[in-house]
Design a binder for this molecule. Structure first.
Ligand SMILES: NC(=O)c1ccc[n+]([C@@H]2O[C@H](COP(=O)([O-])OP(=O)(O)OC[C@H]3O[C@@H](n4cnc5c(N)ncnc54)[C@H](OP(=O)(O)O)[C@@H]3O)[C@@H](O)[C@H]2O)c1
Length: 335
């Protein structure tokens, strides 16, 4: 591979800007450690007019064809919302021989398997660390560092918005709708918060973990998905008096060859590893049959934590290009 790597960004919102400015703020970091210079050569958006004041607005386009038609673009980093056009854009990128990195959990939960198969066929890599638990390196930890262990169970807080709301309801004694409004004012919740508060966001992430760990997702219709909208401040307060907390927990377990999963509010006591995960933090408890229980925690969302996950994927792809043998992490990720 050549010394200068050209990349395209699909989406230039919270995450896309996080990637762009991380690269801009640390221009020599990748060339120093891995030996490749990185240049962003194209940024695909939906609304050109929103980006007129951007300092490098000559890079902005609404025409994805220009990415596909440009053989110099080696890697496509995608941070668009929703299944389409993200899936089509990434399929086309793979077919054009480009590596892809995505943060888009909804798209990847639906189409990850197809993209992984396609990437094998076209001999390119896929990074999807940012789809699950934002800045916490859970995908690569499981993919690379859990080769010998069998993972028996995952228990996790995968949505920072709902965890923030539950925390505020307990600490500030707020009703659900006021805590939600606060989350929206702080930019933690979308104007339409359905995906977060009804558990769809956690569900998608859990399905991606299922695919990674067990090579298959649980049957979606068998997953009990409950949101947090019916939890009252009084319930939270009553449990709090008993030193218990309600957490919105995603869990995945393999028992007798059957994969079971749920996303729902669970009452936990102070010994539980997720008890102290507060505010917008995420955490993933991994139970390996040899190692026992490990908890990874950290920022589950936000411009820079998510960009961090995507840029670490970028480094892994570049390392695998450099070493000619493919990276063990990404090889495992290609199921
Ligand atoms: N925000 C986080 O903390 C976070 C964390 C982990 C994963 N993610 C995932 O990352 C993705 C991006 O999230 P975000 O928060 O950055 O979203 P966002 O701020 O809403 O930005 C979305 C970007 O996608 C562009 N876009 C939308 N439809 C498009 C289309 N048809 N063609 C080209 N571009 C299109 C938008 O273009 P315009 O700017 O022109 O409207 C915008 O730049 C989502 O899949 C999300 O689930 C986000």
């Amino acid at each position: 591979m050549k010394k200068k790597i050209k990349i395209a960004l699909l989406g230039f919102g919270t995450v896309g800007k996080g990637i762009y400015y991380s690269l801009k703020n640390h221009p020599k970091r990748i060339s120093k450690t891995i030996g490749f210079e990185i240049e962003v050569v194209s940024i695909v958006v939906k609304h050109l007019e929103k980006h007129q004041d951007f300092e490098d607005n000559k890079l902005i386009t609404t025409d994805f064809e220009t990415v596909i038609q440009n053989p110099e673009i080696d890697i496509v980093l995608e941070a668009i919302v929703g299944k389409e056009p993200a899936f089509s854009y990434l399929s086309q990128s793979i077919k054009a021989g480009k590596h892809i990195i995505t943060a888009n959990k909804e798209m990847f939960a639906h189409h990850g398997e197809e993209l992984l198969e396609l990437s094998q066929k076209h001999d390119v890599n896929i990074g999807f660390e940012a789809t699950t638990a934002g800045g916490i390196p859970v995908i690569n930890t499981i993919g690379k560092l859990f080769q010998f262990n069998e993972i028996k169970k995952i228990t996790a807080i995968l949505n920072g918005t709902s965890n923030y709301i539950l925390t505020q309801m307990r600490v500030q004694k707020l009703p659900f709708n006021i805590a939600l409004k606060q989350a929206q004012e702080l930019g933690y919740a979308e104007a339409d918060p359905t995906n977060d508060i009804e558990g769809y966001d956690s569900f998608y992430k859990l399905m991606i973990l299922g695919q990674l760990i067990y090579g298959k997702q649980p049957d979606w219709s068998s997953v009990n998905r409950e949101g947090i909208v019916n939890i009252t401040a009084k319930e939270i307060e009553d449990y709090n008096l008993e030193d218990k907390r309600i957490k919105h927990i995603a869990s995945l377990e393999l028992q007798d060859n059957t994969l079971t999963a749920s996303v729902k509010p669970v009452v936990i006591s102070s010994e539980h590893p997720l008890y102290s995960i507060e505010g917008v933090e995420n955490a993933v408890v991994i139970e390996g049959d040899v190692v026992g229980q490990i908890t990874l925690s950290g920022p589950g969302a936000g411009a820079f934590p998510t960009a961090s996950a995507m840029l670490e994927d970028l480094c892994l792809i570049l390392q695998s290009e450099r070493s000619t043998t493919s990276s063990p992490i990404l090889a495992k990720a290609i199921l």
